[in-house]
Design a protein around this ligand. Structure first.
Ligand SMILES: NC(=O)c1ccc[n+]([C@@H]2O[C@H](COP(=O)([O-])OP(=O)(O)OC[C@H]3O[C@@H](n4cnc5c(N)ncnc54)[C@H](O)[C@@H]3O)[C@@H](O)[C@H]2O)c1
Length: 316
């Protein structure tokens, strides 16, 4: 089986690449990435891997690069939800259009299967109500969430019109080795700079699930063996959650900092478009035999450790 992985040099993509590279059945892995946030050092060297350093907005290059692959994993997108406050176009251009281009390249090359990295942002702000794929109404409050929802619907439409089949995963927050953004990244970066004072976005009471990237990868690998039919949507999460204040406490412990001045930007949200409380029900996917190995707390501890150990690579 040959894989095409857009955004394969990024956080989640590189973790998947390094795992599927070990599988005998995988003969070739094409990574298509413009390295806007992806890094070469995330990827282990392998004869199976071919890296194409290009933008998905280059349709001609994409059409050629995707040839003779059997399954597409699509990760490339703007990772910074808050960026849309200053640049509301970003998720359309670096999200919706990228997926549209991938689907067109698949159509032209008769490739029938796609696994798409969506997110819980499609639901919008539902407070502490459990988010359930086939029950919860989707009302995104960010262009990021809106773009993810449109992308899911585009895959569903292509499945109806041209027979492309897909699986969309609505991930909780993902953290772990090679992470390129998020709350752990933010705190570790800030603490290397200043151990006396730290800025915290919002009031610190935002509370969400943090899924370890190795658990995401096990779901992504499991899904590639499914019988693809039209378009399926699955939530993916942990069963627990953790607050920003608790994450800060774990970061301070890792740095052995006892006293620090905490400055909160205030308000319940970290930024406009942030959903402060997220409670995901992922029993639909768990029923298929998947479970997470790491709790939210374990995920955070491992991520902070990885970031500290790799500070030179990250340039902190
Ligand atoms: N990390 C999370 O918590 C999380 C949660 C839910 C969904 N997701 C989704 O999962 C996917 C991967 O996220 P990630 O955290 O690994 O982000 P990431 O930024 O580390 O990875 C994205 C990769 O895509 C590449 N890329 C971006 N724009 C591109 C373009 N125009 N052309 C070619 N390559 C491009 C980047 O260089 C990067 O390597 C994204 O679609 C993201 O929205 C992530």
């Amino acid at each position: 089986m040959n894989l095409f992985i857009s955004g394969g040099a990024g956080f989640i993509g590189s973790n998947l690449v390094n795992e599927v590279n070990k599988l005998k059945k995988i003969k070739k892995i094409i990574i298509y990435d413009n390295f806007s946030s992806g890094k070469k050092w995330f990827l282990k060297k392998s004869k199976k891997i071919r890296i194409i350093n290009a933008d998905l907005k280059n349709q001609n290059k994409l059409n050629k690069s995707i040839k003779k692959t059997d399954l597409v994993y699509h990760f490339a997108a703007n990772p910074d939800i808050a960026a849309a406050v200053k640049n509301p176009d970003i998720d359309f251009i670096e999200g919706t259009i990228l997926l549209r281009n991938v689907l067109e390249a698949m159509r032209k090359n008769n490739i029938k299967k796609i696994i798409f990295a969506s997110g819980s942002g499609v639901y919008g702000d539902k407070k502490d109500k459990p988010l359930i794929e086939d029950k919860t109404i989707t009302n995104p409050i960010s262009t990021y969430g809106a773009s993810k929802l449109y992308c899911e619907n585009l895959i569903a439409s292509y499945s109806n019109l041209v027979g492309i089949t897909g699986i969309s995963f609505r991930f909780a927050n993902v953290s772990g080795d090679n992470c390129t953004h998020g709350v752990c990244y933010d705190f570790v970066k800030k603490l290397f700079k200043n151990k006396k004072e730290i800025n915290i976005l919002g009031n610190g009471q935002q509370s969400k699930s943090y899924l370890h990237v190795s658990d995401v990868v096990s779901a992504l690998i499991k899904a590639k063996n499914f019988k693809f039919k039209n378009h399926q949507v699955y939530n993916l999460s942990t069963k627990d959650f953790i607050s920003v204040n608790e994450i800060l406490k774990l970061a301070l412990e890792a740095f052995k900092i006892k006293n620090i001045k905490k400055k909160y930007t205030g308000g319940t949200r970290g930024w406009r478009g942030d959903v402060p409380i997220v409670r995901i029900n992922d029993s639909k996917f768990r029923k298929l035999g998947w479970s997470n190995k790491n709790s939210s707390k374990q995920t955070i501890i491992k991520t902070i450790k990885f970031l500290i150990n790799n500070r030179k690579h990250y340039g902190f």
